[in-house]
Design a protein around this ligand. Structure first.
Ligand SMILES: [Zn+2]
Length: 256
């Protein structure tokens, strides 16, 4: 354990137009010029493409969300996610919406490009290198954590700008909390490396913090929101029995 590491509570705050409910890390925008947040569920807001709502309604929400991120951003990249550890570095500007395949993380140094991952209990992990102005966003459910998505994301940022993990800010965003997430012993062991007898409560964000610390990250923050028990604000796959909507977590460097 690195004694230099600090873990702070940093919760996303409601911002913008209530028609497009968003929660952002306002401190990062003020201190680092980084826009990082997640959509909420107020007013039935759901960006899930397998939502019960008509597809044109859902696509309308995507358009409204992109509008709400203007004028700083003209492009948004998301992916069909597979609970793996593949991450892409985006080097070329995107105008509009780019949907990639098979990625669970994105990184970039480009201004004007929003990186997005969809979540509903899985943890969005936001990474920033304030010196080189590189950002990344990861989709970290238990499979992704076990597959090493955090390690890959940190490698990726160190490849495009950051000198070392201790340059980075790492934020574990809105996901299911340890009190709400009971898993089987195989899942618990896959994520934490520790054996338990029978079902156990798994705190994905604590597991991510432990991994980040082991990699040499010294500045870690964690959201106080839980996608499961903060049910008015967020969608939860677990609580809904698999019928949940989705939030879009996002990060980017706006055009100045
Ligand atoms: Zn909870």
């Amino acid at each position: 354990m690195t004694s230099r590491t600090t873990v702070t509570n940093l919760s996303e705050s409601p911002v913008g137009d209530p028609a497009v409910p968003r929660y952002e890390i306002t401190e990062w925008r003020a201190e680092h010029g980084v826009v990082a947040g997640i959509t909420g569920r107020e007013g039935g807001f759901d960006i899930g493409l397998s939502s019960a709502d008509a597809i044109d309604v859902v696509l309308g929400r995507w358009s409204a969300l992109r509008e709400s991120l203007k004028p700083g951003f003209s492009g948004l990249v998301v992916s069909r996610q597979v609970h793996g550890a593949e991450i892409a570095t985006h080097l070329h500007p995107v105008d509009g919406l780019l949907i990639a395949e098979g990625l669970d993380g994105h990184a970039t140094q480009l201004r004007g490009l929003v990186l997005g991952v969809t979540v509903a209990d899985c943890v969005p992990v936001y990474l920033v290198d304030p010196n080189s102005r590189a950002v990344a966003l990861l989709h970290a459910g238990w499979r992704g954590v076990a597959a090493g998505v955090l390690e890959r994301g940190i490698d990726c940022l160190c490849g495009i700008g950051a000198a070392a993990p201790d340059d980075l800010l790492v934020h574990c965003g809105v996901g299911i909390c340890g009190g709400c997430y009971e898993v089987g012993c195989e899942v618990y062991q896959a994520v934490t490396g520790r054996r338990v007898e029978g079902p156990a409560l798994l705190d994905l964000r604590a597991a991510l913090i432990e991994r980040a610390r082991a990699l040499g990250v010294v500045d870690i923050s964690v959201s106080g929101w839980c996608s499961a028990h903060d049910a008015e604000q967020f969608h939860s796959h677990r609580v809904s029995g698999g019928m949940a909507g989705r939030m879009l977590a996002y990060i980017g460097l706006p055009v100045t």
